[in-house]
Design a protein around this ligand. Structure first.
Ligand SMILES: Nc1ncnc2c1ncn2[C@@H]1O[C@H](COP(=O)(O)OP(=O)(O)OP(=O)(O)O)[C@@H](O)[C@H]1O
Length: 515
């Protein structure tokens, strides 16, 4: 029997475990009775259990009974490729992305996709040198279709979040997989990049399984759906056309449940009562840009920018992938080498080398960003619990300091961490790396505001978050008295803002107010 007549992947009545140890808990408490993907089908795993289910399908766990997970791909060793969008490259520090001089040592986007870069001692991640033969025709086709041609010689670490996601997809596809698994394929992508990737996946000849959250739109090219709850329960699965009504009902039920409140929750205003800007009516702009320019190797990204941010205002920073949103934020948080620039003015005082230092600037800034997520997961995923992870937000330079701090916190600080944990329904002793991506994002969000910073920078802070915790974060932000800068591509993930700054191209931008 060939794969064409048979199946691509099949699970029959199986339990999955993370290790062989007898008392190892199963990934999902109940057996998966049946799941089967046939050739030509494009599936979506839909719901909060999608990530674990995807790990099961990529053969990460041990199945019981042993042959309960099978690949019917005509090959002894079929290649199952799970595209992992872990954000941009994890670096040692946030600033490393912008230190242009490093590109002499590190890999280019092309080398990253080809996976044959020469090792580097300059960065904290491992670069593997392989002797794998690559199909260069396929390489050229991929960079063309994923709009990476002009980025091939760029330093991979300097790629923007959206650019890096396209590069990661090319990297995985170049391995010529027999089955492609992509969780959250559209996170962090602007509408153009979303349609590039969606069209690409629609026309891709290999069986595909994507993972989406309840609130995401299912692309029209998906043929089948498997709804997976967080405990692995599968309420329904099969051809999308047979389940259209159920899909709408489940989505609506989840969207409505976001407004149901739990009476036992501490009120949100108690969580922010110690914020220094409560009742503060300062008129001096929190931040101003007076004709700012940023270039990378002579290439302008931001040109002659003027921008005034009033204290307590909430801004949505918009713009396609690569227009300079993260660059702008990195200047504000002093991660960028060009941050010591008198055209950046804080509380009416121009920033100058020698006057302001990194620690003073960051004392009043809290942030969550894809770059920070990547670094935090790598450095602390196996060592810090939820409670300890949030506690590191009390560091002055919390964006770059992840050293354990819980033991040094005073009683008020500990109680504040615990109130947030209770408010968001987290479990304080779980390791950060064992949390779902949604809960990791939630922990990083709490971490960003735990020290009650005057300026909160939320770069893609809610992408990948499930609906309910995200809405709870947004409700909290509606009462937050500090200044907030938000970057997000998806309207549903954007908290209510007063103003917007839209980056279009170097020298072209728009500022406005939401009515
Ligand atoms: N160190 C660097 N060297 C060269 N180019 C860089 C460097 N850092 C960023 N860039 C480039 O500058 C541009 C702006 O990048 P930035 O990350 O600020 O964009 P962004 O608007 O945040 O994008 P996204 O929405 O994808 O996150 C991109 O084209 C990026 O490739």
């Amino acid at each position: 029997m060939t794969a064409k007549e048979g199946f691509v992947v099949r699970i029959s009545n199986a339990l999955f475990k993370t290790s062989l140890a007898q008392n190892a808990p199963p990934v999902f408490p109940r057996r998966i009775k049946h799941f089967e993907v046939k050739p030509q089908e494009k599936w979506v795993l839909w719901g909060p259990g999608k990530g674990q289910f995807m790990n099961i399908l990529s053969n990460k766990y041990i199945s019981d009974p042993p042959l309960a997970l099978q690949y019917g791909l005509d090959k002894k060793f079929p290649r199952v490729e799970q595209v992992l969008f872990k954000g941009v490259m994890p670096t040692a520090h946030l600033s490393a992305r912008y230190e242009y001089f490093k590109d002499e040592f590190d890999q280019t986007c092309k080398q990253f996709i080809l996976d044959n870069a020469v090792g580097s001692s300059q960065v904290s991640y491992d670069v593997v040198k392989t002797s794998r033969k690559v199909d260069m025709d396929l390489y050229h086709k991929l960079v063309q279709e994923l709009k990476l041609v002009d980025l091939q010689d760029r330093w991979a670490m300097g790629l923007s979040n959206g650019q890096m996601r396209r590069a990661r997809l090319a990297f995985s596809l170049l391995k010529e997989p027999d089955l492609l698994l992509v969780d959250d394929p559209f996170l962090g992508l602007d509408p153009t990049a979303t349609s590039i990737i969606s069209n690409f996946l629609a026309n891709y000849h290999v069986p595909i399984i994507i993972g989406l959250r309840y609130q995401d739109q299912i692309p029209s090219w998906c043929t089948h759906v498997c709804c997976v709850e967080s405990d692995g329960t599968i309420p329904f699965q099969g051809a999308i056309q047979d389940h259209k009504q159920t899909i709408d009902e489940v989505r609506n039920a989840h969207v409505e449940s976001r407004y149901s409140t739990n009476a036992n929750l501490p009120p949100a205003d108690e969580l922010i009562s110690s914020h220094p800007m409560l009742g503060n009516n300062s008129r001096t702009p929190h931040l101003e840009l007076r004709g700012l320019d940023v270039k990378y190797r002579g290439e302008p990204v931001l040109t002659n920018m003027y921008w005034k941010v009033e204290p307590g205002s909430r801004w949505h920073i918009q713009g396609n992938n690569g227009t300079g949103k993260s660059t702008l934020l990195s200047l504000i948080t002093a991660e960028h080498p060009q941050s010591w620039n008198s055209k950046v003015v804080e509380h009416g005082v121009p920033r100058k080398t020698g006057r302001a230092n990194y620690f003073d600037i960051n004392k009043e800034i809290g942030m969550s960003a894809p770059e920070l997520h990547a670094i935090f997961l790598k450095k602390c995923g196996d060592t810090l619990t939820v409670r300890e992870s949030i506690a590191t937000g009390f560091h002055e330079a919390s964006s770059n300091n992840f050293n354990p701090l819980w033991d040094k916190l005073d009683a008020a600080q500990r109680s504040s961490v615990r109130k947030y944990i209770q408010y968001f329904g987290l479990e304080e002793n779980t390791l950060f790396g064992e949390l779902s991506v949604s809960d990791q994002k939630l922990v990083l969000f709490i971490r960003s505001l735990i020290k009650m910073p005057e300026l909160l920078v939320l770069d893609e802070a809610f992408s990948g978050m499930e609906l309910e915790p995200m809405v709870r974060c947004h409700e909290l932000l509606n009462q937050w008295p500090g200044t907030v800068l938000v970057v997000s591509h998806v309207p549903e993930e954007t908290p209510r803002c007063h103003h917007y700054l839209r980056l279009i191209s170097p020298g072209q931008y728009e500022c406005g107010t939401f009515i």
